[in-house]
Design a protein around this ligand. Structure first.
Ligand SMILES: C[S@@+](CC[C@H](N)C(=O)[O-])C[C@H]1O[C@@H](n2cnc3c(N)ncnc32)[C@H](O)[C@@H]1O
Length: 257
């Protein structure tokens, strides 16, 4: 069971980076990045307009998307997270180091032992690809305003809508709001903590909606993903038990035209 759950006003982006991304590519991201790369390679096309929804202060999904995407907007609820992304986008002196994630994405793409130059190239390509950094609220029916409804060819969202509430009803409504950003015929990649009631960041616990594989599968279908295209995989992760979860769910699919 998690400890006392706190709200996002308690969130500290630097602490989150350090805890989850500061020392190595942990088991959950080894699986999630590989899943994303495999989907994008199988899709074998370029996506003109993509969005990473609920990115937090993180860059690993952007780094792994770069070869397949023309322009990637990134959205989050916390301005402090967006500030951190901005520092990295501008290659500022305080920017977090995402080099090991770029390297791992390259390995997933089949490059054996990528060197520093390849990592640097990938970071540069990702910076060029980045579009707008947007404030958003998944609880709104149009999380980025009506004009962006059904406007993205690809949406990537990792551990966001399942990780902002303890209510399954609210999770389901937020998922539907967020999926409405994907144009018909577009693609979505969604990651969720499996059956998790709360996750730990340093000494604080944040809410999670106890999403199961079955719930995610039916919710994504109801949100319009073509059931024939939907792939939902899970990965057991006992090494993450101290953070409140022992598995993740990884889903991808195409929005029915
Ligand atoms: C567990 S973090 C995930 C961050 C990142 N995607 C990752 O995989 O590490 C959950 C994210 O949800 C964001 N969030 C919280 N409430 C939100 C809301 N109402 N709308 C959109 N995002 C929200 C938080 O700011 C945080 O960045």
């Amino acid at each position: 069971m998690p400890g006392k759950i706190v709200g996002f006003e308690q969130w500290r982006a630097g602490e989150y980076f350090q805890d989850y991304y500061g020392t190595q590519v942990d088991a959950d991201e080894l699986a999630a990045i590989r899943f994303q790369v495999q989907f994008l390679r199988q899709a074998a096309r370029r996506f003109d307009r993509a969005i990473e929804y609920g990115s937090g202060p993180t860059l690993m999904r952007a780094l792994a998307a770069a070869p397949a995407v023309e322009r990637l907007d990134m959205a989050d609820w916390l301005p402090g997270n967006l500030d951190r992304l901005r520092q990295w986008a501008e290659d500022g002196p305080q920017a977090d180091n995402w080099g090991r994630f770029a390297r791992y994405a390259l390995e997933c793409e089949g490059i054996a032992a990528p060197g520093d130059e390849a990592v640097c190239d990938r970071e540069g390509r990702t910076r060029k690809m980045l579009g707008e950094l947007l404030w958003t609220d998944a609880r709104r029916p149009h999380p980025l305003g009506e004009a962006r409804n059904r406007s993205y060819d690809l949406l990537i969202s990792g551990f966001c809508v399942d990780c902002l509430t303890e209510s399954r009803e609210e999770w389901r409504a937020c998922l539907s709001n967020v999926l409405s950003l994907v144009r018909l015929g577009g693609a979505a990649i969604v990651f969720a903590l499996r059956d998790c009631a709360g996750y730990r960041v340093a000494d604080q616990w944040f809410p999670a909606a106890r999403v199961t594989r079955q719930m995610l599968t039916s919710a994504l279908t109801e949100c319009g993903l073509d059931p024939g295209s939907l792939q939902v995989a899970e990965c057991d992760l006992p090494s993450h038990a101290h953070q409140g979860y022992e598995g993740i769910l990884m889903a991808s699919g195409w929005m029915a035209p």
